[in-house]
Design a protein. Structure first.
Length: 649
């Protein structure tokens, strides 16, 4: 039975200008289930372009349940999905994991959107088909796929403090197709409100991607993809007033000459017979960066004790196989096997390279059964295992490298859900899941610049999720989505203070331990209304509360309790107008209570099509030039402008 359930309020909201005719690269999607389209919220490329969202972090911030954050001392853009951070919500490109092996994070500002067809988000009980470490959900960046013999799309743009440009070329010919793209986003600086330039706020991102595919028939497809990203950035110095923050007395003067990633992957989908298929994915992913810490804001010398040059040279490789079979017209069974090897190599200038490696495995099974035209049930289970494959440490006093003891850990994930269709336009879903995340290499081995004791035997964190979702498109021109969720987290990896006294340094050392318990709960709602032909309006609201059950005086950081996003889009003939606004209540920036104040931002834009294949867009972000912060001490960009010429041949 087909339903009219929305994948996301933005697909309904954004009007008709489509950036080319490229379609979604279906091989790059992980979970495709026709009756549960809303289980993975999606943002398409038309939305990204219309609202001038140039990187993945700013796109995801449009969605309910997702909060944009900033790791200020590292100038990294991140998101929190219902309170869970990127270590617990892994990032994929076309189903391939691309998070950094060392700490599980990834700087989403380095992932530009020019070559994407859409971004999908699975919240809470993400399918076990994704593999391990999806304790809080999963984010998948899906690339383009051409539909015509020749497609050329691109843009030339100016923005405050910099520029951006992109070119995508695709071609489909009989059983073959190729998709290629190149893009550049450079910003020399950004300005704070009232025109004050933020020092060391530059970034430069270049991306190249190529995909070759062969589809011998309508049932099978094989593709090879390659992505090369080069990034460089500065880290603005702490500008806050928190005297307890280490950055207040000892500011960091950091630059990143390169933050580079390469991904090479193979994807395939073969229909074995009328009721079964086999998907295979294999990948090699490389991450390299260089961090330079300077003496002062001149960024010329490195003579003081805190000055250094650090190198990361990491890579991962692995793959997964997924087999699916329709056991009957009402039942579908799927099984997936994952393997991933992570290698982290690091050193400071003048020191030997240390290597650490992990092997991670996962075996998952899902089943979906439709009892009738109205009721369906699903269930999933997976066994995940992680084992170390060597971990080296360096003693700067003796100048020798030694090995940490071997360690391993395993965990079970289990999930179940019920879905009921009151009518083809109204549905209610209830789900339960027990999801896990393994401790990262950094969690287990980092000395944190001499202040901590490593703990190689850290176990996996565990979260139990409960969710109730309602979807309604029964009222003409109106779409309603709502969800209530509760998550209980156990074995939380948290810092235990005063574990051991370091006599040489005359200070106590901390250690990460599996001692924490917490609960996250809240709700989401989105309402979208087609006011009249060409005029769309939508608003979504998120409420998230996070509590530390062991120490209520410790605050969870970076996520506001209340977030509202609203968008109005109007199309008349060849002219498009749009306004979007967002409100965030205050958020804590430190566990001891430092706050970043709440804020409201308003953005606006317009675009005009000279001819169907040529369009000019322009707009302004932060119209009221508001001063705001995502983390205390690191103010964000004030009023800024953009203009862009888009072409589609």
């Amino acid at each position: 039975m087909k339903t009219r359930l929305p994948t996301t309020f933005l697909i309904f909201l954004i009007s008709s200008f489509a950036y080319g005719q490229s379609r979604t690269f279906q091989l790059g999607e992980v979970v495709i289930t026709s009756q549960k389209q809303d289980s993975a919220t999606a943002v398409n490329q038309a939305t990204m372009i219309k609202l001038q969202r140039l990187n993945v972090a700013t796109v995801l911030n449009l969605l309910p349940g997702i909060t944009l954050g900033n790791i200020g001392p590292r100038n990294e853009s991140v998101v929190y999905l219902r309170g869970f951070d990127l270590r617990q919500v892994p990032v994929f490109i076309d189903g391939i994991p691309v998070y950094v092996p060392y700490d599980g994070y990834v700087d989403l500002a380095r992932f530009t959107t020019y070559d994407l067809s859409k971004i999908t988000v699975s919240k809470g009980n993400a399918s076990v088909l994704y593999g391990p470490n999806t304790m809080g959900g999963a984010i998948n960046l899906v690339s383009k796929q051409p539909v015509r013999k020749l497609e050329i799309q691109g843009n030339l743009g100016w923005l405050s403090g910099g520029y951006d440009c992109a070119l995508n070329i695709g071609s489909r010919w009989k059983k073959f197709y190729v998709q290629a793209g190149v893009s550049k986003f450079q910003r020399d600086y950004f300005e704070l409100p009232e025109g004050v330039k933020r020092e060391n706020s530059y970034n430069n991102d270049i991306k190249v991607n190529v995909k070759l595919a062969y589809a011998p028939n309508t049932n099978s497809e094989y593709a090879i993809g390659y992505i090369n990203q080069h990034g460089e950035k500065g880290t603005p110095v702490y500008a806050g007033k928190d005297t307890l923050n280490s950055q207040f007395k000892s500011p960091r003067f950091w630059k990143w000459p390169y933050w580079d990633k390469q991904s090479l992957y193979f994807l395939s989908n073969t229909k074995l017979d009328s009721s079964s298929y086999l998907k295979v994915r294999a990948f090699y992913d490389q991450f390299r960066n260089r961090l330079e810490s300077y003496d002062d804001a001149k960024y010329t010398t490195q003579t003081r004790p805190y000055a250094f040059t650090s190198f990361y040279d990491d890579y991962s490789f692995g793959g997964n196989t997924e087999y699916g079979r329709a056991l009957s017209t009402a039942n579908t069974l799927k099984a997936a096997l994952h393997y991933k090897k992570d290698i982290h190599r690091e050193n400071n200038a003048g020191e030997p390279v240390r290597k650490t490696a992990d092997n991670t495995y996962s075996l998952g099974l899902t089943d979906e059964h439709r009892f009738s035209g109205k009721l369906s049930a699903s269930a999933g289970i997976s066994f995940n295992a992680r084992e170390s494959d060597g971990a080296e440490e360096y003693n700067s006093t003796t100048k020798k490298i030694s090995q940490f003891p071997a360690n391993k850990n395993s965990a079970w994930n289990i999930q179940a859900g019920l879905s009921y269709l009151f009518t083809p336009s109204q549905s209610l879903e209830a789900s339960f899941g027990r999801m896990t995340r393994f401790a990262t290499i950094k969690d287990r081995y980092s000395y944190r610049m001499g202040t901590a004791i490593p703990n190689p035997d850290l176990k996996a964190e565990r979260a139990t999720h409960y969710e109730l979702k309602y979807n309604d498109v029964s009222i003409s021109r109106l779409r309603i989505q709502a969800a209530l969720f509760y998550s209980r987290i156990n074995d939380v990896i948290q810092q235990e203070n005063n574990v051991k006294f370091d006599t040489a340094a005359a200070r106590w050392q901390s250690q990460l331990q599996n001692k924490g318990r917490a609960e996250f709960y809240g709700g989401e709602a989105s309402v979208n209304y087609l006011v009249t032909t060409g005029l769309n309006a939508g608003i979504n609201y998120s409420y998230i509360t996070r509590k530390n059950l062991d120490n209520k005086s410790l605050r969870f950081t970076d996520v506001p309790e209340h977030k509202i996003v609203g968008i109005i889009a109007y199309t008349i003939k060849r002219l498009d107008l749009n306004v979007d606004g967002s409100y965030n209540s205050f958020r804590y920036s430190t566990s001891y209570g430092t706050k970043a104040p709440g804020f409201f931002l308003l953005n606006g834009g317009a675009s005009f099509a000279f001819i169907p294949s040529l369009r000019l867009s322009a707009g302004v972000n932060n119209i009221f030039d508001k001063s705001y912060m995502l983390v205390e001490g690191y103010p964000e960009q004030g009023r800024n402008y953009f203009a862009k010429l888009l072409f589609n041949l």
